[in-house]
Ligand binder design. Structure first.
Ligand code: ZN
Length: 241
């Protein structure tokens, strides 16, 4: 089985469309989404509609949670909060109902899926370093845990010699080793590369790859500004920051 792993789309329809177009030629058996379908971008309804349309498992992200549960906005910065409040006004009831029933964790084949961290998925902790990843391995049993949340792709391997970060866009899972892999963000990449980032998991080859797809960033940016969302949320798309 070949799975496409989509994360942190954040209402960016241009990026999602480009990724789904790319995936059409990639012989994908099933899709999974790691949360944050909405927040930041100007197309929350169409984004949720597309994800519901392709089916597959999905987990809840902190921006999804903040739209349907205002108490979850406490730790949001000004721009993120403003975007969540805008999304709250825009999002159709049927899509709110969809987000409300998403679990914090799910399984895809033999992999664990969470938005933020496997130890406490609802605490929305960021895994941004080798150390923060290393601390998470004792909290799950699967060989592979797929995460999003930081918007920065990352592959951490726990082998016989301890944890190490692999600076590659593809990894073959070694028998006996375990992995935490961040597939990056489709709708708001923050690793300095504006191209949409997503993952491919090949169950038979036990390989995971991180793929980048360029998209119409300027249209996504313009829609954010025209919608009255914070301008910064559009401008940062140009830089992938
Ligand atoms: Zn996010």
């Amino acid at each position: 089985m070949r799975y496409a792993i989509l994360s942190d789309i954040h209402g960016n329809l241009e990026a999602l469309t480009a990724v789904l177009d790319t995936l059409r030629g990639m012989d994908i058996d099933a899709y999974a989404c790691l949360g944050d379908l909405v927040g930041y971008g100007a197309d929350p309804n169409e984004t949720v509609s597309r994800i519901r349309g392709i089916g597959g498992s999905s987990v809840l992200g902190n921006h999804d949670a903040a739209v349907i549960q205002p108490a979850q906005r406490t730790f949001f910065n000004m721009q993120a909060r403003s975007a969540v409040e805008w999304t709250d006004r825009e999002l159709a009831q049927e899509h709110r109902d969809y987000l409300a029933q998403l679990p914090l964790a799910d399984r895809l084949g033999s992999a664990l899926l969470v938005h933020a961290s496997p130890a406490e998925p609802g605490a929305w902790r960021y895994i941004t370093s080798l150390m923060s990843a290393a601390l998470e391995f004792s909290s799950f049993d699967e060989q592979l845990c797929l995460v999003g949340h930081s918007h920065v792709p990352m592959i951490v391997e726990l082998g016989r010699d301890g944890p190490r970060e692999l600076f590659a866009d593809e990894v073959t899972l070694a028998p006996g080793a375990r992995y935490i892999i961040n597939v990056g963000s489709i709708g708001q990449p923050r690793d300095g590369n504006p191209a949409a980032s997503f993952g491919i998991v090949d169950d038979e080859a036990t390989a995971v790859s991180i793929v980048r797809t360029e998209y119409d960033v300027e249209t996504a940016r313009r829609k954010i500004i025209d919608a009255g969302l914070p301008r910064l949320l559009g401008d940062r798309l140009l830089l992938g920051q």
